[in-house]
Write a protein of this length. Structure first.
Length: 320
């Protein structure tokens, strides 16, 4: 039962009953609902501002996880670029210098692509697009570096063969450097008694002293003669090198045979135009006879090599 309300009327000095109309009730209800709605709105906005809904919380957590993974991916890409830059630097400034190869041009190493936009189908998200581009760039640069390593491997193998082919040791045992009797240059011929060019070096040695191939190669000539160089062997080492061994007593190789550096190919003699048992040795580089002493670096120390060069330059009489 509704409570009855009274008010004091000063005019009549009586308490009179409060009469409430329907409009008063309606306005009261409207006021109540208005205030309630305003409070509800304020509470809702406050909650939405400072508190996340379960769906929003989940999305934020997923975004945070993606951000962490993105940062890790960027770190890996940056680390990969640093390693690649290190490999490229050693490739150009160390390996290619040693192997006498030209460095790869910078424009090639950048591995740029032209023509149509290959990234047009990527998502519009900038993070995803930039990451895909960086990874693609790194992959293409790594491919170029791998091809460079293949080339360097081939060059190294070829360089290994080249180093083995260079006539880098003395053709007979001469560790004490006493057997070198005549060097490369103008010398007096022992028989003709004229000054002429001596195109090799002479080693005085007893007949039958072993003669060794000074580098890897293939025997291109095994010749017998009573004049000139006498019995001789010629070896083609490739890379423009040919060596000649003259005045031999006997042979230990045949034409077409492959030989290794240090392999015995024959024995010292005094055949042909010769005054005493010795070996006349020549080095021919790209068709031109050069001073063999400049190539005797494999088995000698720096001091021994310098002494040998001095002996080879002395003006003395050759033995052929």
């Amino acid at each position: 039962m509704a409570r009855i309300k009274y008010y004091y009327n000063p005019k009549t000095c009586n308490y009179e009953r409060v009469k409430i109309s329907k409009w008063d009730v309606l306005f009261s209800l409207l006021g109540y609902f208005t205030i309630s709605f305003a409070l509800a709105t304020i509470i809702t906005l406050t909650h939405q501002t400072y508190f996340d809904s379960p769906k929003e919380a989940k999305l934020k957590q997923e975004n945070e996880t993606l951000r962490v993974y993105y940062e890790l991916i960027q770190q890996e890409i940056n680390q990969g670029n640093k390693v690649l830059a290190y490999l490229q630097d050693r490739d150009d400034n160390l390996y290619r210098t040693i192997l006498e190869a030209d460095p790869i041009p910078h424009t090639v190493r950048k591995a740029g692509v032209g023509g149509i936009d290959r990234y047009r189908n990527l998502p519009k998200d900038a993070l995803i697009a930039n990451t895909v581009k960086k990874i693609d760039q790194l992959k293409r640069q790594l491919y170029i570096q791998s091809k460079s390593h293949d080339e360097l491997k081939s060059l190294a193998e070829n360089q290994k063969k080249r180093l083995a082919a260079i006539p880098a040791i003395q053709p007979i045992a001469n560790r004490n450097l006493k057997r070198l009797s005549a060097g490369f240059g103008m010398r007096r011929h022992p028989i003709k008694q004229i000054i002429s060019m001596h195109y090799g070096v002479d080693y005085a040695a007893k007949e039958g002293t072993p003669i060794y191939a000074t580098g890897d190669g293939v025997v291109k000539a095994v010749l017998k003669s009573r004049t000139g160089y006498g019995n001789r062997v010629e070896i083609n080492h490739g890379f423009g090198f040919v060596t000649r061994y003259a005045h031999m007593q006997a042979f230990n190789v045949t034409i077409g045979q492959q030989v290794k550096r240090g392999q015995c190919i024959g024995y010292v003699g005094t055949t042909g135009l010769s005054t005493a048992p010795h070996l006349h040795y020549e080095v021919i580089k790209n068709g031109k006879r050069v001073n063999p002493a400049y190539y005797f670096f494999e088995e000698l120390s720096a001091a021994e090599y310098e002494k040998l060069i001095q002996l080879a330059s002395m003006q003395n009489q050759s033995l052929d």
